[in-house]
Write a new protein. Sequence first.
Length: 84
Amino acid sequence: MKKSGSVTTIKLGRSEFLKLGGAGLAGATLLGAAGCGGGRGGGDGGGGSAGKGLLFTSYGGSFQRAQEKAWLRPYSKQTGTEIR
């Protein structure tokens, strides 16, 4: 197999890495919230979670506790949204 092209390497400092990582995590969170029951269903009243807040899933442990403290509790308090 013939190799072609080149690989571009970008060096990031700690602060740039954390900013990009945080932006990616926030984007993934918003996509997950919008794509997983974020809208109202067909109106048939069957089993949907529309109007019942947000369902949050995570890996658990200290990571999840940090997410709850940093994002979920402040968001819930500010907006009044129930987070399950």
